[in-house]
Design a protein around this ligand. Structure first.
Ligand code: SF4
Length: 381
């Protein structure tokens, strides 16, 4: 018999997990009340990111946009700026679109109908369950990375947990477990146990409140469960950018949409090797930096030395970015700025104004490198 069908198993897991959660839960800012807006923001931020990384961004974001109405009314650039540093900017755009849809279609209040919540931009089955259970105590199940691991171990699901049949079983178990009172607390308890006790490697079974009900523990299979698909290797990408300085100002471009970095400012960048993770239009690989900057901005440049290199990850790519100092090639009358293919704007920016621009985390790191040694880039100390 499957453990979930054994008499008393569901009630035992529920009871012990809730009792543990009451004592051990972390005081997170979106747990302070049951405001559906704050829960929506936290869930959007937590996709692909840890709780520890999200907390400070969450506080900053809700200070700027305290409710659905203020977020819905904001322009996209402000929303991206408030999200800056968190990555996964598509989520920021989806959150913004969801707020607008709630205001436009539901009178500004989060709907309680699961189908209506799932129809919001960026909200899938898991997120709808998290919002509805935490905000309204509706018994909607959740299965995300942490709860999926806990559930798979509890029932010793040996199949690959991203495939249809095992996943359907886990959703079914989650649905049976959450039925009853305190649905929101129960779902959070499941995730919290995955975060604090039932870790991917070396789960702390000795202190686990549901150890007695855990089939993987009974069988000694904690290390084999959950079974996940093999990871695909990340692709190597090489890029170069020019920090073009003229009269104490820096040349910047803003990416047009669509694409990963639409609306973001950057130092004019070209692609050297590998696919373009950001889907920049117009410039294929292997274009040289001089020609690339001219095509992006209309400015002919003289490329100077390589001053700084950094690496960063984006989706499945590992990018190395080489940043060169550069100056405009002298031309009578100066260079005219003409944003090129894939760019919506080009501008000369005072170094102090760089902080106002919405930039990726890699762009911010480059700004910090410039600030720490301005002379190396031809800027005044
Ligand atoms: S007993 Fe161990 S494997 Fe089972 S749920 Fe608890 S921590 Fe996870």
């Amino acid at each position: 018999m499957a453990p979930e069908d054994a008499s008393g198993w569901l009630a035992g897991v529920r009871e012990r997990l809730l009792a543990w959660f009451d004592v051990e839960k972390r005081p997170l800012p979106w747990r302070a009340d049951r405001d559906p807006y704050r829960i929506l923001v936290s869930e959007m931020m937590l996709v692909q990111t840890t709780v520890a990384a999200v907390v400070s961004y969450f506080d900053r974001f809700v200070a700027e946009f305290p409710d659905l109405a203020s977020l819905a009314a904001a322009d996209e650039e402000r929303v991206l700026k408030a999200w800056e540093g968190l990555g996964y900017y598509r989520r920021a755009r989806q959150l913004h679109a969801a707020a607008r849809a709630i205001v436009a279609d539901h009178g500004g209040g989060m709907p309680r109908d699961p189908a209506a919540v799932r129809a919001l931009p960026g909200v899938g089955r898991y997120m709808a369950g998290a919002i509805l259970s935490q905000a309204f105590d509706l018994p909607e199940p959740i299965v995300e990375a942490n709860s999926r691991r806990v559930l798979a171990r509890l029932v010793a699901e040996r199949g690959e947990v991203t495939t249809a049949k095992p996943l359907a079983r886990l959703w079914e178990v989650a649905g049976r477990l959450v039925a009853g009172e305190r649905a929101g607390d129960f779902n959070q308890a499941l995730m919290e146990l995955g975060a604090l006790v039932c870790a991917p490697r070396e789960p702390r079974c000795l202190i686990c409140p549901v150890a007695e009900s855990c089939e993987a523990r009974r069988l000694g299979l904690q290390a084999e469960i959950p079974r996940l698909p093999a990871r695909t290797a990340s692709q190597e990408v090489a890029e170069a950018c020019a920090v073009v300085v003229d009269a104490g100002r820096v040349l910047m471009v803003r990416r047009a949409g669509p694409g990963l970095w639409a609306g973001f400012w950057e130092f004019p960048t070209v692609h050297l090797v590998g696919p373009d993770p950001a889907g920049r239009g117009g410039l294929g690989p292997s274009i040289d930096l001089e020609r690339g900057v001219e095509r992006l901005t209309g400015v002919e440049i003289v490329v100077g030395s390589l001053v700084h290199s950094l690496s960063y990850g984006v989706t499945r790519y590992r990018v190395r970015l080489d940043a060169h100092a550069a100056t405009p090639r002298p031309r009578p009358g100066g260079a005219e700025l003409v944003p090129g293919s894939g760019m919506s704007a080009a501008a000369w920016v005072e170094p102090g104004g760089l902080r106002e621009l919405t930039m990726s985390a890699a762009g911010r790191r480059l700004v910090a490198a410039i600030r720490s040694d301005p002379a190396a880039w031809g800027l005044p100390e």
